[in-house]
Design a protein around this ligand. Structure first.
Ligand code: FCB
Length: 461
């Protein structure tokens, strides 16, 4: 909790005393049990069961079966010496219809999970929305409908009232830009819409949901909270100094991330982006009088998910849409460039430009093609290297003044990687999907040493 954390100053290792070392997961990616104990359908249940949407037709119906194996998974976190865990709460387990009648059995699951963390000395960081919108809300327009923001705030308030005695850290939304762009423009992710006119409405309603939820969390929690939002930020650079590439990078950055940062910290959308988005068709009355003040109410932290750099150039053949240059150099299975200095520079940019009271790296990690050896070992030197470089980049940002107070590796377990299915393995723990057995990878052992020494052993293998 914030009040117990007296200092931003780095300790001997370069990380502040009490730094949170954790892993992050999301409900749909690990839990399985889509209908257990009264859970309602989410847009991801719906989307994964729509033919053609997911690689190899895979679904999260079983995933890591964490819903039934959560005690073992918490034990594994303890073996990795982790003192924090970022998990997400599945909204349709709590409100099967998105609002209205509360499902006590769903609440009980998370209540036991939270107690299990505390019993093991693991600080809970709860994400309220990691993309699994209740399908009945989608049927009413989902994030294109302003009422969804209100329903989210009600749900957030109930969570703070029921769990706020034990959970102090709340993340409202995970990566609203992904819901906006991949969920509503490219259609790669649920709900699978393909309509650029939805960018501004979907972004705005999510931001409004965040702002209303912060109010609800503070109003309903029985004790002071540490509440914020998690954004996916890339390190964005123009492909050249040419004016059109610089403009393309600015447009890309504006639509992908600056609309969120500027709204949250400056109470506005970048002017040229709003103009373009309105030309695409956003309704005139979308932004109501108090909305921007609600969205920009101060939060306690920003969560940053960082994976890679994007080099952007002007659209070819006269296209107005910016293009991301295919990455080269060291790439992960996702085709993402390994670019740790981007994390350092982004942390410093956010610190210097927006001055959030504190920052958590709420996700960072890499997918590599792991194999399980007959003796149960998984040797994943590339992932260990990736993590070491990003821990080091974070340490550099802290040394330069960024108030970073925690780092959550994506992910605890190999899991269901959305439209890519199970092929990309991001875990520091290997999951054998045939048996659901877990095996700690070498990178997990590395993380355990780093966590045990608060980052003093970044050279540990
Ligand atoms: C992030 C998501 C997370 C996971 C990682 C690889 O964008 O928040 O659920 O898929 O990427």
């Amino acid at each position: 909790m914030s009040d117990a954390r007296a200092t931003h100053g780095a300790g001997a290792s370069g990380f502040p005393p009490g730094f949170y070392w954790g892993t992050a997961t999301a409900a749909y990616q690990i839990e399985g049990a889509p209908r257990a104990d009264g859970k309602g359908e989410s847009i991801w249940d719906h989307f994964t069961h729509t033919p053609g949407k997911i690689a190899r037709g895979e679904t999260g119906d079983v995933a890591d079966d964490h819903y039934h194996r959560w005690q073992d998974d918490l034990d594994l976190m303890q073996r990795l010496n982790l003192n924090a865990y970022r998990f997400s709460i599945s909204w349709p387990r709590i409100f099967p219809d998105g609002y209205g009648s509360l499902n006590e059995a769903g609440l009980d699951f998370y209540s036991r999970l939270i107690d299990g963390m505390l019993a093991r000395g693991i600080e809970p960081f709860a994400t309220l929305y990691h993309w699994d919108l209740p399908q009945p809300l989608q049927d009413k327009g989902g994030w294109t409908n302003r009422d969804t923001a209100k329903a989210f705030a009600d749900y957030a308030g109930v969570m703070a009232r029921r769990f706020g005695d034990r959970v102090g850290h709340w993340i409202t939304l995970n990566e609203p830009c992904v819901t906006t762009v991949l969920g509503h423009v490219t259609g790669e992710m649920a709900p699978g819409e393909k309509n650029p006119a939805l960018i501004l409405p979907v972004a705005h309603h999510q931001l409004l949901a965040h702002g209303l939820a912060i109010q609800a969390i503070r109003a309903e929690s029985p004790r002071p909270t540490d509440a914020g939002i998690t954004l996916n930020l890339a390190y964005i650079e123009p492909a050249s100094d040419r004016e059109e590439d610089v403009a393309a990078a600015k447009l890309f950055s504006g639509a992908w991330q600056d609309i969120y940062l500027e709204a949250l910290y400056r109470q506005r959308y970048p002017e040229e982006i709003e103009t373009i988005l309105r030309m695409l068709g956003a309704p005139d009355d979308l932004i109501q009088p108090d909305d921007m003040a609600t969205i920009a109410a101060p939060t306690d932290f920003i969560g940053i998910n960082y994976y890679s750099r994007n080099i952007v150039r002007a659209g070819q053949n006269g296209s107005l849409l910016p293009e991301v240059v295919p990455a080269s150099g060291a790439l992960t299975v996702m085709g993402w460039e390994v670019y740790p200095q981007g994390l350092r520079d982004l942390l410093l940019h956010v610190h210097q430009t927006y001055k959030p009271p504190r920052i958590y790296v709420t996700e960072n990690g890499a997918a590599y093609p792991d194999t399980l050896a007959p003796d149960g070992a998984v040797h994943d030197p590339d992932r260990t290297r990736y993590l070491r470089l990003h821990f080091d980049a974070t340490r550099e940002a802290i040394a330069a003044g960024a108030p970073v107070e925690g780092f959550f590796v994506w992910s605890l377990l190999d899991n269901f990687e959305w439209a890519h299915g199970f092929e990309p393995r991001f875990g520091v723990i290997y999951v054998d999907y045939a048996t659901l057995d877990r095996h700690i990878k070498d990178s997990g052992r590395f993380l355990a040493k780093v966590a045990a020494t608060n980052g003093a052993r970044l050279d540990a293998e």
